[in-house]
Design a protein around this ligand. Structure first.
Ligand SMILES: *Cc1c(COP(=O)(O)O)cnc(C)c1O
Length: 482
């Protein structure tokens, strides 16, 4: 089904409403609006009946793939379900009618929520302070890099290098490089983990920090984390954790106890707030004591039972976001945490891990999973063996759409050739995982018996294969009257 543009449904003179003539005197438009602001010609707007407006936008909304409609195992992205109660809470009048210029005395409630969210995240991560300002994971990374720069400058020396494993998310080197650092990449070992000897060999007094993802993007836990921390701290460098994968540790283990000096979280992944479409998200940054003075300002202060913003932090890297962060997202995360409770946190992790291991075990006879016997919250398969049949990872991804599943992340992480990175998340039922496994196994069979059907997939979607380069570089977003 291709939905026509609303302009193409327009018929001259048709309107979406009919109201009685106004029976009180109305001034002519020219008296109300200065002439220079009035149009010469009427705007070319679509003229359609109300029911056509409703149908048009309802249908458009159904063309989207979403977590609310289908399974979305997009590795690293943690596309878990966001309970609707969080949405309801964030839309309370008391929240949506707030204005950031109101004085703190007038908004003690929201300040208390932000303060308590900070305290909860501090406890979950084992950090000493958290800033809620960063608007996304990559933004948190960038601020972490600014802080590591400030820390070394304060200690008397600018350091120029950031160490990043080859399994890292692409935002890590991008954030460090935006901050002016040189990136030193280290190759993972044959188990897909950090190679301690290689790490030692690149550490010197010019290294500002190691950016580590744990569990890493292969879904494997860096079991030598304590040794890694020691090697990093031996040269007084900082250990930065990309905490986007916190779904694998919640309530079970705390990064602060593993020697992590700072980390960002993705509230829009682990803490069940919406993501996609470019945001808004939230990527809070947590730090240990020695880095607290550098955190972005302002920060919330609690004195007796009252909350206020404090601006006076002379060593702060400054403000990194207008106002105080994406408050609507922060409220959702707070509501989620309250509804889950302390005990629930560990259960989230258990379900995430059980789901990923269940699925990987189900698939392991049919598709190659190059690293790790067991995984954490996600695993990475490879479709390299299907190349002989002329089938690419992209073909598999497209064909999954015909079976009603969003594709896993493909061609990432780069250390696995033809990667399919699968993260089922904690919110899916066993039945859904079984259906997904069945579909993928069937597609792998089709790859051998009927490769053409994969090459031309998807067949059941409104549009099939788009020219992705053209779509990104020359998007055609505007309707013009012909
Ligand atoms: C998603 C993700 C990021 C980036 O987070 P954004 O909010 O998209 O900027 C960084 N690292 C990892 C491991 C991620 O999964």
């Amino acid at each position: 089904m291709i939905e026509k543009l609303i302009f193409e449904k327009s018929s001259p003179g048709r309107t979406a409403y009919s109201l009685p003539e106004c029976d009180v005197p109305v001034k002519p438009l020219e008296e109300l609006v200065p002439k220079r602001y009035l149009r010469d010609k009427t705007a070319e707007l679509p003229e359609v009946a109300e029911i056509d407006v409703v149908r048009h936008f309802t249908r458009l909304s159904q063309l989207n793939f979403s977590v609310d409609t289908n399974f979305y195992p997009l590795g690293s992205c943690t596309m878990k379900y966001n309970p609707k109660v969080n949405e309801d809470v964030s839309r309370y009048d008391g929240f949506v009618n707030l204005h950031p210029y109101q004085s703190p005395e007038q908004c003690q409630g929201i300040l208390q929520i932000l303060y308590e969210l900070e305290e909860t995240l501090i406890e979950i991560c084992g950090m000493d302070a958290v800033s809620l300002q960063p608007a996304a994971g990559a933004h948190g990374e960038f601020i972490g890099m600014l802080i590591s720069h400030a820390y070394h400058i304060k200690n008397g020396k600018r350091r120029s290098k950031i160490i990043i494993p080859d399994s890292a998310h692409g935002t890590n080197p991008a954030s460090a490089s935006m901050c002016g650092f040189d990136i030193v990449e280290i190759k993972s070992n044959s188990q897909g983990l950090i190679d301690l000897e290689r790490l030692k060999s690149v550490m010197d007094n010019d290294v500002a920090a190691l950016m580590l993802t744990n569990p890493n993007t292969l879904g494997l836990f860096e079991k030598d984390i304590l040794k890694i921390a020691e090697i990093v701290h031996d040269v007084d460098a900082l250990l930065y954790l990309d905490g986007a994968n916190m779904n694998a540790m919640l309530g079970i283990a705390r990064p602060g106890d593993m020697g992590i000096d700072m980390l960002h979280l993705n509230l829009h992944k682990t803490f069940s707030t919406p993501h996609g479409g470019g945001g808004p998200g939230a990527g809070p940054l947590g730090v240990i004591k020695k880095l607290v003075p550098f955190l972005p300002a302002p920060r919330i202060i609690k004195e007796d039972d009252s909350y206020s913003w404090q601006y006076d932090f002379p060593e702060s890297i400054g403000r990194v976001k207008p106002f105080y962060g994406n408050t609507g997202v922060l409220i959702r995360a707070y509501a989620y945490l309250l509804s889950v409770g302390c005990e629930g946190l560990g259960k989230i992790t258990e379900s995430a891990l059980v789901n990923a291991n269940y699925l990987s075990k189900k698939l392991s006879d049919y598709i190659e999973i190059p690293y790790g016997e067991r995984c954490m919250h996600e695993f990475v398969a490879s479709t390299t063996k299907l190349k002989a049949n002329g089938i690419t990872t992209l073909d598999i991804a497209k064909r999954l759409l015909d079976y009603g599943f969003h594709s896993p992340t493909i061609y990432f992480p780069l250390i696995v050739a033809d990667a399919l990175m699968i993260e089922p998340t904690d919110t899916e039922t066993r039945e859904t995982l079984d259906e997904f496994a069945k579909a993928l196994i069937k597609i792998l069979e089709e790859a051998k018996t009927n490769p053409e059907i994969l090459k031309e997939a998807p067949h059941n979607t409104p549009v099939s294969r788009l020219d992705e380069v053209q779509a990104a570089r020359k998007p055609d977003l505007r309707w013009r009257k012909t």
